[in-house]
Design a protein around this ligand. Structure first.
Ligand SMILES: C[S@@+](CC[C@H](N)C(=O)[O-])C[C@H]1O[C@@H](n2cnc3c(N)ncnc32)[C@H](O)[C@@H]1O
Length: 215
């Protein structure tokens, strides 16, 4: 594990218990659009990377049913503990496995999953690391798997809002406080060999967010 991901882990450990309070109301609608695009079916094996406090994880677990399985991987033990409580409260522990680990080196077999989900997480990584994460996702999905990504989006050719510019400035100058920034999601996915099947755009506090389905 690199020094960068250890810092990242400490940051998310610190904010894990307050994370829902800070961001659930603003991000929920976008996550749900991504989930709707992924259309998880009963019996499927689904991977969520950077599951955070486990809101989507719990919903995915309900969708895969008793014969399916949801595996989550997140770098933060604090996030894992919060998510595990939700899974236990929903009595879905029998079909969910939570792993504390790094999305850039997935501890899973090739072709193990039917689908993968990622929300407000891809845009945390550097260009080089996004390529690693997406390469790992391709490996564990194999030829037939599908991927849904929800991310803050950089929309080329459109004037950026003040908030978008502020985010980018903060990310550039204070990456440990604002670790994410808008990215060109389609270009990023295509550069890693994914084909985009669907794209939905929405706004979060004047900033563009996209939900994308790819394979
Ligand atoms: C901004 S939060 C988003 C959480 C959740 N997906 C959501 O939409 O609410 C990013 C998550 O990615 C996790 N994360 C950061 N770096 C990671 C890495 N290298 N591998 C796996 N997870 C990571 C963090 O611990 C955190 O839970």
């Amino acid at each position: 594990m690199t020094g960068e991901s250890i810092d990242n882990r400490a940051f998310y450990d610190r904010i894990s218990s307050a994370y829902d309070l800070l961001s659930d109301s603003s991000e929920r609608a976008a996550r749900e659009r991504g989930e709707a695009l992924l259309k998880v079916q009963p019996g499927e094996r689904v991977l969520e990377l950077g599951f955070g406090t486990g809101n989507t994880l719990t919903e995915l677990a309900a969708q895969v049913g008793a014969r399916g399985k949801v595996v989550g991987i997140d770098i933060s033990e604090g996030m894992r503990a919060v998510a595990q409580k939700k899974i236990d409260r929903a009595k879905l522990g029998d079909r969910v496995e939570l792993v504390v680990g790094d999305a850039r080196a997935l501890p899973f077999q090739a072709g193990e999953f039917n689908a993968a989900f990622l929300s407000f997480t891809l845009e945390l990584f550097s260009e080089e690391d996004m390529e690693k994460v997406l390469g790992e996702i391709r490996r564990v999905l194999g030829d037939k798997g599908r991927l849904a990504v929800v991310s803050m989006a950089l929309v080329t050719g459109e004037k950026e809002s003040l908030l978008e510019r502020t985010y980018q400035w903060m990310h550039h100058h204070f990456p440990h406080i604002v670790d994410c920034r808008p990215i060109d999601v389609r270009k990023t996915l295509e550069a890693s060999g994914f084909d985009v099947d669907r794209e939905e755009r929405m706004e979060m506090w004047t900033m563009p967010v996209v939900a994308m389905l790819a394979h």
